[in-house]
Design a binder for this molecule. Sequence first.
Ligand code: SF4
Length: 213
Amino acid sequence: MRHITTHTSPATGLRGIGDTNWQPRGACHGMDPEDADATFFPLPRDHEAIADAKELCGLCPVRRECLNYALENDLKEGVWGGLTAAERRPWHDGLPRRLDYSRVIAFFNGRDVHLTEAERQVVIDHAFVRGWRPDRLAAALQISAKHARDLLRQAANKVFDRDRTLGVPRRKNAKKTAPGKSSRSVAARPATRQPVSRPVVLASAHAPLGKAA
Ligand code: SF4
């Protein structure tokens, strides 16, 4: 079952994509818009306004959600989660490499969580190892079947390269072709497992990332 996070859903440790239900619990909620702008979007050297914003954020119960929201939505201006734009810069730069397995597990449990590139790659690798078909991965990542097929091929090539580098012997096919049946008829059947024994030429090495990236 797929859980849809809405504005009225109870608070959890993980936000869904586009989930802003934490905002009414923010310490800045209900501020006059002009005051909020002056406080949370100060000039770089307006130390007084920055100190005011940090003081308010320090009391805020949704500081973590606020910071994650800014990072995931690439909001590089202003104070979010108690950090100024300059203080958040390393976090913005490092976000694609964030690997939080609790988010990956939540994804597999059907939550619409925001995945970084590293977390998304774990999902693709898992899909390849578990023999997912392209349409299943496409549905999970909300991408096209062609894109999903390309990603699975890339995962297959990665495993092949790794095994070749490490000198892992190639797996022999457990099932041999039955006498009288040509290899063509076997190949024509729908695959039930992902091939891992040889590299595949990529149809698109620069396919666009999907929604869940
Ligand atoms: S952390 Fe600061 S900016 Fe974010 S909701 Fe709380 S008070 Fe507002």
